[in-house]
Write a protein of this length. Structure first.
Length: 276
């Protein structure tokens, strides 16, 4: 189909067709070569390069690290980075991958910049502030019906520019399969160590979880909702252990008033943070 669109010079349709084929088989060199050739022929091919690279990275299951620091005013942070604050999209993944670290060299440089302000002291109050900041960010930026993308927030163990910022990693394909989850978990552990993280918080829409579907067959004490209830899983980890919440969506796809704590038996991710 992509080849047919290409012959008709329907460039956008051809590109979309080839990208969908690549997402089904990202190792298909013929499809990848066709995408490269098509970008050379497309009148706006140069401007589409970043978006195409991003979709291929997601198809390969490569997590995207955001080298910007996302504060509780994430809508403002998103605007300054050129992204729109719809749902959790803004602080998670930019359409053109603005600010995303895509190479080891960029990652090391971003890490060096972040670590320049000195160490923080671990306190229960700091962890509670982190939890509140993430919850408030979700509440402030969620738009009913908007797509929410999986993300893991980290509280670094060192000061950033204002000493209060958190860092985040987009985990778009992590919950597609056991293999993808294992690969992403390994990356997140390394990232957590690099950040000297005191705490982490995974935010995952239930609708995007193919694995692990922890609610299926769960006891009512752990899952006090209908099996088809949609919403967000939130998994927090710190020195105090793991906590897991579920934040239901209403029938109009808005967030319920507050999340319900459902216990660490409903955890989606294994341990991410290194014990001291």
């Amino acid at each position: 189909l992509g080849t047919a669109y290409r012959r008709l010079k329907k460039w956008d349709d051809a590109l979309e067709s080839f990208l969908k084929a690549a997402e089904l088989d990202v190792q298909n060199n013929d499809v990848l070569a066709s995408i490269k050739e098509l970008l050379g022929e497309h009148p706006d091919g140069r401007s589409k390069n970043a978006a195409v690279r991003k979709r291929l990275r997601i198809a390969r299951g490569e997590p995207e690290v955001d080298k910007r620091v996302a504060t509780s005013t994430s809508a403002n942070s998103a605007s300054s980075a050129g992204g729109a604050a719809s749902g959790m999209d803004a602080p998670i993944v930019q359409e053109e991958a603005a600010g995303a670290v895509t190479s080891g060299e960029q990652y090391e440089e971003a890490l060096k910049t972040l670590k320049g302000q000195g160490e923080l002291e671990y306190t229960p109050e700091l962890i509670e502030q982190f939890r509140t900041k993430v919850f408030d960010t979700i509440k402030e930026t969620h738009t009913p019906g908007a797509e929410v993308r999986p993300i893991v927030w980290f509280q670094p163990g060192f000061k950033t520019d204002d000493g209060q910022d958190v860092c985040c990693v987009a985990t778009q394909a992590a919950y597609d399969s056991p293999e993808m989850l294992a690969q992403c978990t390994s990356f997140l552990r390394t990232y957590g160590q690099d950040m000297q993280a005191f705490a982490s918080m995974a935010v995952v829409p239930k609708s995007m979880i193919a694995y692990p579907r922890v609610w299926e067959g769960a006891a009512k004490a752990n899952w006090p909702f209908k099996q088809n209830q949609d919403g967000l899983f939130l998994q927090m980890e710190s020195r105090e252990g793991k906590r897991v919440w579920f934040w239901p969506f209403t029938t109009r796809k808005a967030l319920d008033d507050s999340p319900t704590e459902i216990g660490d038996r409903m955890a989606l991710l294994g341990t991410l943070l290194k014990a001291d």
